[in-house]
Design a protein around this ligand. Structure first.
Ligand SMILES: [Zn+2]
Length: 221
């Protein structure tokens, strides 16, 4: 009976550095979903510019954590024709494999929408797909291409949900917590996040990367 707890953080901004340092202090692994086509793209969040990293400079920084694809340029997937969707996934995976020297790669959906049409196309290129949809239970998904999320780190009920997860008695179960490190910075959530990580760590869950979870629960034939 295993309770798998995964962290899945998106976009690869400069604030990942401080977040990784915090995670490392508590020996908590995380999956970082990155876009290789947006290194110089800056956008605004709560009036602050959000700056991405140059990924070739982050090999040491992400050591011990997982790198996954988040598409090349972070489009809304349901708006894309199949050739563009294939390019967004395939080129990002190829670039990430080259930069980080990994063989296998997973995928975190950008924005919120990813239907069965998109899943059918994306799954050809990746080991798993983490959706943005909220799960309705802690049960393991039917396959590795429908991994839901259970909470955003700053959902008001994230601790309650974590406590409910600790009490669940399914044979194996899953909790995925998602977020963005720039929110920690611009919403002033660093201290809160440290408390949350200590709280999660205290339950003795199987905290692992998404790829480790997938390889254990959905072994390749
Ligand atoms: Zn994103």
């Amino acid at each position: 009976m295993a309770k798998y707890f995964l962290l899945s953080f998106d976009d690869g901004t400069v604030h990942d550095k401080r977040f990784v340092e915090l995670l490392n202090r508590y020996e908590i692994p995380c999956t970082f979903n990155l876009n290789t086509g947006l290194e110089d793209f800056v956008w605004e969040f709560e009036g602050h510019p959000v700056v991405r990293q140059h990924l070739a400079d982050t090999l040491q920084q992400y050591r011990g954590h997982e790198i996954a694809s988040h598409t090349l340029t972070h489009p809304r997937l349901d708006s894309l024709h199949p050739p563009r969707l294939r390019r967004e996934v395939e080129e990002d995976c190829t670039a990430l494999k080259k930069i980080f020297g990994v063989q296998e790669i997973g995928f975190g959906v950008p924005f919120t929408v990813c239907g069965e049409r998109e899943i059918r196309i994306i799954k050809k290129y990746v080991r798993y797909i983490r959706l943005s949809e909220y799960a309705t239970s802690f049960a393991l998904p039917k396959d590795p291409y429908h991994i839901p999320i259970h909470a955003l780190y700053n959902d008001p009920d994230v601790m309650e949900k974590t406590a409910a997860f600790a009490k669940n008695d399914l044979p194996d179960s899953l909790f995925v917590m998602a977020g963005h490190s720039y929110e920690l910075e611009f919403l002033n959530h660093w201290d809160y996040m440290e408390e949350l990580l200590k709280y999660i760590k205290g339950f003795g869950f199987e905290i692992c990367t998404t790829m480790e979870f997938v390889n254990r629960c959905y072994p390749q034939k």
